[in-house]
Design a protein around this ligand. Structure first.
Ligand SMILES: [Zn+2]
Length: 131
């Protein structure tokens, strides 16, 4: 397991840490309180984000000729970061993750049923259908 990775988006810095037994403290990115942070799965765990992932720099992914040989750091619990306090993580999870997971499962169903073929949608009816 590797060390911490930092991503910066103009004024926001996110620290991605490997699974740790020690609590992580910092400032919640939603409410701004300082305290113990919880691991936020992004996307939600229920949206196929429950397995080990390879964390690599975006530029490395774009430049890779063979994604199977891509180097990076493995995160055992899925993609995410310590960005929110437990209350905000639980609140946002109850507000959004169910709907997002439903959408992800519907999208996966479409991908599987089409076998990767193009999907044609006329108003709300999609062809081929199968789920
Ligand atoms: Zn918070």
């Amino acid at each position: 397991m590797g060390g911490a990775a930092r991503l910066s988006f103009s004024t926001i810095t996110i620290t991605i840490l490997p699974r740790m037994s020690k609590p992580v403290f910092g400032t919640c990115h939603l409410c701004g309180s300082h305290g113990k942070l919880s691991f936020e799965h992004v996307p939600p765990k229920a949206a196929f984000n429950h397995r080990r992932i390879l964390h690599a720099a975006f530029e490395q992914v774009l430049a890779a000729e063979n994604l199977d040989k891509l180097r990076g750091t493995f995160q055992q619990r899925g993609a995410g970061a310590y960005t929110l306090c437990e209350k905000c993580n639980n609140d946002t999870g109850s507000w959004y993750s169910g709907a997002y997971a439903d959408w992800a499962h519907q999208a996966m169903c479409v991908v599987i049923s089409t076998g990767g073929r193009r999907l044609y949608c006329i108003r709300t009816i999609c062809f081929p259908s199968g789920c």
